[in-house]
Design a binder for this molecule. Structure first.
Ligand SMILES: [Zn+2]
Length: 393
């Protein structure tokens, strides 16, 4: 067993306790202040060289001062509990049973940050190469607006590492991409009149009905990519307005959940909608939703809800280094694959072109599920991987 992996196993109790402490502090999006303070305390204990909180509320810890900059990222906000009746464990206790740690955020994805912070403990002991700087970024609001935290880091803080390693759950596999997504609104307008004489008005819902039928057909002909899969569109919400329930509707708005595969962009996705015959006939409007929820620090950093797809080429040097790190630590060939869900990679690589890949403890299928758990063994192995990769980076 390599020295790094051996040391990671020795730190098993510490990393486990740290994750259990984080789970015990609820940290839904825009309410992360208390868990950020807990992580900051652990970074201080581990001995980071610099620790700071940025203007949005992201926590950044650094070791080393070399010219090659690696960031290991984990979002530390979680989704809500959902139906509490579906939970057999307390979602905010961090129960430890048979090598599993239970609770909201265990897999998605406070475990990733626990492993990254403890990788730094190992690196402090064995040394980080002189030409390397390592930042561990505990980022916020990802569940509500993936990538917002990194759009802020790059554009407002001018923080642009050479590589971002995302610690979202991968079951200890290496992931190199994901489909993107967009939140699109389509609106039709009508003219209201008394519902007893609808022929006097124009019903916005009827105009929308033919657009809806064409969007259903549009889904069938969207692009396919061999690695990322197919682009998709579905309607997730519909609402209308009218002066009363005894009146013809004067507006109708639908919300589209659009998943983008390779080669699909904000321009192509909007153009597809604009060119629907029913859309043109109705004189409808289309736009991209905007996210403006304040962070826990009260900062508003508006972001268009456009999260581009991204793929790191299979032969990229960082991926080769990641594969070699796995081989040397665990033996055998790691699986190189992609996420089904969305991550901060939409901003780091999708919007800003920073080479990005993922390796994380925990299982993607545990994300947002009741009785969410992760594995202690995953925390240990991810810790070893982060230290090994930073040494070879
Ligand atoms: Zn996540």
């Amino acid at each position: 067993m390599s020295n790094i992996l051996k040391r990671a196993y020795e730190l098993e109790n510490e990393v486990t306790q740290f994750l259990r402490d984080m789970i015990a502090i609820p940290s839904m999006s825009s309410q992360e202040g208390a868990v950020i303070a807990r992580i900051k305390a652990e970074m201080e204990k581990v001995g980071f060289d610099e620790i700071r909180v940025d203007g949005l509320g992201n926590l950044l810890g650094r070791i080393g001062a070399g010219s090659r900059v690696l960031a290991i990222d984990g979002h530390i906000d979680t989704v809500d509990v959902g139906n509490p009746d579906l939970w057999e464990v307390d979602p905010f206790k961090g129960d430890l049973r048979d090598g599993r740690i239970y609770g909201r955020g265990a897999s998605d994805q406070e475990g990733g940050i626990a492993s990254a912070v403890y990788a730094v403990k190992i690196l402090k002991e064995i040394g980080l190469p002189e030409d390397t700087t390592l930042w561990v970024t505990a980022t916020i609001q990802e569940e509500d607006c993936d990538g917002l935290c990194w759009d802020y880091l790059v554009r407002a803080e001018n923080f642009r590492p050479d590589c971002v390693l995302i610690t979202e759950p991968t079951s200890l596999n290496i992931y190199r991409g994901q489909r993107g997504r967009m939140e699109i609104k389509v609106q039709t307008e009508g003219v209201s009149c008394h519902g007893s004489a609808p022929e006097r008005g124009v019903n916005a819902v009827y105009k929308m009905a033919s657009i809806i039928a064409e969007i259903e057909q549009l889904n069938e002909r969207l692009k396919h990519d061999d690695f990322l899969g197919k682009g998709t569109v579905t309607i997730s919400d519909i609402r209308s307005t009218s002066p009363s329930l005894c009146a013809v509707a004067d507006s109708c708005t639908i919300h589209l959940d659009r998943r983008l595969t390779k080669g699909e962009t904000i321009e192509t996705a909007l153009e597809e909608i604009r060119s629907l015959p029913s859309f043109q006939k109705a004189g409808a409007k289309v736009w991209v939703n905007e996210y403006r929820t304040p962070s826990y620090k009260g900062t508003v950093f508006p972001m268009q809800s456009y999260f581009p797809s991204w793929v790191l080429e299979e032969d990229h040097p960082f991926l080769k280094t990641a594969v070699q790190s796995c081989r040397s630590l665990f033996g055998g060939e790691p699986l190189v694959d992609k996420w089904t869900f969305s991550t901060n990679g939409v901003a780091t690589m999708g919007l800003h072109g920073i080479p990005t890949f993922g390796f994380g403890p925990g299982m993607e299928e545990q994300a947002h599920a009741p009785n969410e758990y992760t594995l202690v063994e995953h925390l240990v192995k991810a810790m070893a991987f982060y230290a090994e990769f930073a040494r070879r980076f």
